[in-house]
Design a protein around this ligand. Structure first.
Ligand code: UD1
Length: 458
């Protein structure tokens, strides 16, 4: 009997099998931004008119958000990458715990619900297990706008006082430029009475995308892209057609995939200004990057050398690319230092990279990475969205086969991740589930490395 499929036999959950030592080539199409799409969907609740959102990726997070809107009485249909939303039937419904817990972005609905219906009730949100992720800044903002906000048994209730018809404008200074809090306050303030200012606002491209949509709906907002936003409240907002920006994090992930496999790739559409620091860091570590057409980047890696990064709010290095970048640094020439300043628990990939042979010393939120010659394929577990992507990238570069569990995380945020990678030369199989019968067949057939196991019926 030939050599037997090595790793996957013990795995019962859906997983990927990734062949290492891979060389990529070709062109990758970047989907619409997940983090934009989620908040744009919530923003559609601010009007009674129909909204069409284009360039919306097909992801489980988007499905959950869609389900949440449906539970609130919204009609929503999908055709390819477009969502057709009819928010006329919005009603004040208590969202089911299980939906809200699986998606932190569900909390974005609180601002629009409050602004349009005068009341909102939402269970405390969930999302990736990457830290405490409190919502105190959201609540502070809504209270400043005159809402009465109470938390009782993990349910947040917000109402406009009975003697007022609308939220009331306020000057709000955020303690930290939180993306979510900026978005919540922005949406609520569009329909408030008077002119609101948000200082120390988040400047992320997804916030700018939201502002563009709100302005198209008739909102009056100044300062997009800066840390001071001024919102003159209007009485009502209209429907609109809006396209989400390209996903800068997905684009960054594929650029890093090219770098870690030392492969040339063309990646687009990507708005270079959304990824400036990441492009600079990739260049600094030895990649040539050129814009061959508008919003189309070619990356040509040479020798990869160690560079340091520290995550920061936009325009700093994005926390969402910290894990993929650490995978790259694991194979770089020299020692790098990576510090996570945004989330307190976003280092779950470190242990998996170490399993693969990476040399990483983690001290609280700072990792010292001594680049190694080679990583080795292993049985791995993704702990959150970006760390799962990071270990897929590391597996592409590693020697041998890796299996990766935790696909529920990956499917939240990367559209057709392995299909896209396979289209540019990777060999990744998705195994939905496994039985001992399958393993016996694989062994008897003497298959090796590239396991061909039929998926069990769902
Ligand atoms: C969004 C993105 C996420 C990204 C993050 C930072 C979505 C759906 N998710 O998350 O992918 O990694 O921005 O770019 O858009 N914080 C508070 N109080 C608050 C709110 C936040 O202390 O009220 C803290 C959080 O715990 C965290 C930090 O601020 O440590 C950043 O959070 P925030 O910018 O709000 O990120 P999210 O909107 O949750």
């Amino acid at each position: 009997m030939g050599s037997v499929a090595p790793i996957s036999k013990a795995i019962k959950t859906p997983h990927l099998e990734v062949e290492g030592s891979c060389s990529l080539t070709g062109r990758i199409k970047i989907s619409g931004a997940k983090n934009s799409a989620l908040v744009l969907m919530a923003a559609s609740l601010l009007t009674k008119d129909k909204v069409r959102l284009n360039n919306i990726p097909s992801l489980t997070d988007i499905d959950v958000m869609g389900e949440i809107l449906i539970r609130m009485g919204i009609e929503i249909n999908r055709d390819d990458n477009s969502l057709f939303i009819n928010p006329k039937g919005l009603r004040d419904a208590l969202l089911p715990n299980e939906l809200v817990h699986s998606l932190r972005a569900s909390f974005f609905c609180i601002g629009p619900l409050l602004a349009r219906l005068g009341k909102a009730k939402i269970p405390l949100p969930g999302g990736c297990q990457i830290g405490l992720r409190p919502i105190d800044e959201h609540i502070k903002g809504l209270r400043a706008l005159g809402a009465i906000v109470e938390i009782d048994e993990n349910i947040i209730s917000a109402t406009i006082p009975s003697n007022k018809k609308r939220l009331q404008a306020a000057n709000i200074v955020l303690d930290f430029p939180s993306v979510g809090a900026t978005e919540t306050i922005l949406m609520a303030a569009t329909l408030a009475d008077g002119t609101t200012t948000i200082e120390n606002a988040a400047r992320e491209p997804e916030v700018q995308d939201l502002i563009e949509m709100l302005v198209m709906m008739g909102a009056q907002i100044k300062g997009s892209g800066s840390s001071k936003l001024t919102i003159k409240g209007v009485e009502k907002l209209n429907g609109c057609i809006h396209s989400a920006i390209p996903d800068r994090i997905e684009a960054g992930t594929f650029l890093i995939a090219a770098a870690i496999t030392r492969s040339q790739l063309v990646v687009g559409p990507v708005i270079p200004a959304h990824l400036e620091v990441v492009l600079n860091k990739l260049q600094e570590c030895g990649c040539l990057i050129e814009e061959i057409e508008k919003n189309l980047l070619r990356i040509i890696p040479t020798q990869i050398k160690a560079v340091n990064i520290k995550t920061k709010p936009f325009p700093g290095f994005p926390t969402d690319l910290q894990a993929p970048f650490m995978a790259l640094m694991s194979t770089a020439n020299g020692t790098s230092e990576i510090t996570e300043t945004i989330f307190e628990n976003r280092m779950q990939h470190v242990y998996e990279l170490i399993k693969m042979g990476a040399s990483i010393n983690l001290n609280e939120r700072t990792a010292q990475i001594q680049g190694v010659e080679e990583l080795t394929g292993k049985s791995l577990m993704g702990g959150d969205l970006r760390s799962t992507a990071a270990i897929v990238l590391a597996s592409l570069a590693a020697k041998g086969l890796s299996t990766i569990e935790g696909l529920n995380h990956l499917d939240r945020g990367y559209e057709s991740f392995e299909t896209k990678l396979n289209s540019i030369g990777a060999t990744i199989s998705r195994i939905e589930s496994h039985t001992s019968q399958n393993i016996v067949s694989a062994c008897e057939l003497g298959t090796h490395n590239k396991v061909v196991i039929k998926q069990n019926a769902a």
